[in-house]
Design a protein around this ligand. Structure first.
Ligand SMILES: Nc1ncnc2c1ncn2[C@@H]1O[C@H](COP(=O)(O)OP(=O)(O)O)[C@@H](O)[C@H]1O
Ligand SMILES: O=P(O)(O)OC[C@H](O)CO
Length: 503
């Protein structure tokens, strides 16, 4: 057996490849960004072929840095930005359109229409709150809008996949067309109780079943890499959506354990074991399928968090690099009544308002860059609190520690403010690449590279704990101001549409 495991972490902005050894040390990393396409306001696309090339380049770099060859790899685990939708031609492998990204809002009207009659059916069977976030409406959009694709799909000539499916298909030389349960549970087409594609929802959205991949557990051998593509024949044996993989990488194996990932968006997941909890404002999702059983999670998906820091950097240019936001925010002792709501693409959990838009409020002549920096960071913590409140209510479990990961957790100001607003301790682990690590664990377990969950649990180590310090009066006042700001951001594009705006 090879001496290491390769994880492919294909995120919203970059494709990464990370090689881990048996002690879960990182031996080599490759990472390449790819283009974000914004063809219209609210639309977001990626080029699947560019993702594939970035991913292959990342693999080569990671191998080189680890001093490893393809033969040294015992197994490959895939983890990915979820919901992002690709349709391609079975015979040529050519995508028929760009990938429609999870953040893309082009299907708002499709979703509003199906919500009218089918809200409860979709919620019951898929665990999801109908929203243009998910893959189903995006597939329908491609079938309805790209000339000739529906006809080809009906003749069985088209395949659909989320990015994991697409990468596995490419790595296997076009032989394996699968999706794991965690990714399938984000399509809004998958019955999370029966673990099958839901015929009725497929009919509602008019999607031919022949294009769909085969749903499989998250840790088993799906197939092997094509030697001509990868350089060796290696088992592909782990697949999970990036947020579920992070829950696994954080060793949140017991019901009630919670992690929050701070990346482009924030995604808080609570392991609820073999029981799918029903929730009005959070998502019920599949955490993973492993060892012959399926475990579920409650999820609060917040669409824009770190992306708002990127916006400060790239659009407003008030910082040059993301970490600069920390001293800038900390240069103020309070937000001085300035709040920011990062509803760039509407609001996800727990508000689910496709028409909300971003808002900055409370500004005066004295407002400076520092206020913006602080308001952006504070908004991340408030949104996390919104989700945690719902999660505790729906699960009946009091969360006593929040395990955190993702690009923004190095921001100590944010982590301390987070603990203060939650009134709960925030725990940062030593290895923050938990998403890739989760995918590596799932792949490694399937081939016996690691023995069991206990072995993995022992490898998880604390870096730093942030204890809440803020007094209750200040906490209530700050969070109260946030709730007022959110109210004012809701339904904005709906109001404009009522006035005749085409938006
Ligand atoms: N010190 C920081 N403070 C706040 N946000 C940060 C900091 N460093 C990085 N970020 C944000 O974290 C995100 C990158 O995290 P990452 O986990 O790599 O995201 P993703 O996997 O979604 O691409 C970016 O949106 C960036 O703006
Ligand atoms: O690319 P990330 O890490 O921000 O994750 C995106 C999520 O999977 C979207 O559901």
């Amino acid at each position: 057996m090879g001496r290491c495991v390769l994880a492919l972490d294909e995120g919203t902005t970059s494709a990464r490849a990370i090689i881990f050894d048996r002690e879960s040390n990182i031996c080599g990393v490759g990472q390449y960004e790819f283009t974000q396409y914004y063809p219209k306001p609210g639309w977001v696309e990626h080029d699947p072929e560019e993702i594939w090339l970035a991913q292959m380049r990342a693999i080569r770099t990671a191998l080189e840095r680890a001093g490893a060859s393809p033969e040294d790899i015992a197994a490959i685990g895939i983890t990915n930005q979820r919901e992002t939708t690709v349709l391609w031609e079975k015979s040529t492998g050519r995508p028929v359109y760009h990938a429609i990204v999870w953040q893309c809002r082009r299907t708002t009207d499709i979703v509003e229409e199906i919500k009218k009659d089918h809200y409860n059916l979709i919620k019951e069977r898929t665990g999801l709150v109908p929203d243009s976030y998910f893959s189903g409406p995006k597939i329908k959009w491609v079938l309805d809008n790209v000339p000739g694709v529906r006809e080809k799909a009906e003749r069985g000539e088209i395949l659909f996949g989320t990015i994991d499916t697409y990468l596995i298909w490419k790595l296997s030389g076009g032989k394996v067309h699968v999706i794991d349960y965690s990714n399938a549970s984000r399509t809004m087409l998958f019955n999370i109780h029966t673990l099958k594609w839901d015929e009725e929802i497929l009919e509602i959205l008019n999607i031919p079943k022949a294009i769909l991949p085969e749903p499989r557990p998250s840790s088993e051998v799906y197939g092997y890499t094509d030697k001509g593509v990868f350089g060796a024949t290696v088992p592909i044996s782990g697949d999970a959506g990036d947020q579920q993989a992070a829950l696994f990488g954080q060793a949140c194996f017991k019901p009630g354990m919670v992690k929050n990932t701070y990346g482009t968006g924030n995604f808080m997941l609570m392991n609820t074991g073999e029981k799918p909890y029903r929730s009005e404002n959070l998502l019920t999702t599949i955490a993973w399928g492993i060892n012959g059983k399926v475990e579920y999670a409650l999820e609060g998906s917040v669409f824009i968090t770190g992306a708002a820091v990127q916006w400060l950097r790239d659009a407003l240019k008030i910082i040059e690099v993301a970490p600069e936001v920390e001293p800038l925010a900390a240069s103020l002792v309070s937000n001085e009544g300035v709040y920011f709501v990062p509803a760039f693409v509407g609001l996800g959990a727990p508000y689910w308002d496709q028409f909300a838009r971003g808002l900055l409020i409370g500004i005066t002549r004295g407002t400076r860059r520092a206020h913006l920096a602080r308001a952006v960071l504070e908004s991340i913590a408030y949104l996390t609190n919104d989700v945690l409140i719902e999660m505790e209510k729906d699960s009946g479990i009091k969360v006593t520690e929040l395990r955190v990961d993702g690009g923004a957790v190095n921001n100590n100001f944010l982590m301390q403010f987070q603990a203060d607003i939650l009134g709960t301790k925030v725990v940062r682990p030593v290895i923050q690449e938990t998403t890739a690590l989760g995918a590596a664990y799932l792949a490694g377990l399937a081939v016996g590279f690691w023995k069991d969950l206990e072995e993995i649990e022992r490898m998880w180590k604390v870096d730093r704990i942030f204890e809440p310090k803020m007094d209750e009066v200040t906490r209530k006042r700050l969070y109260g101001g946030w709730k007022e700001a959110v109210k004012r951001s809701l339904g904005w594009t709906k109001s404009l549409r009522d006035l005749g705006w085409e938006i």
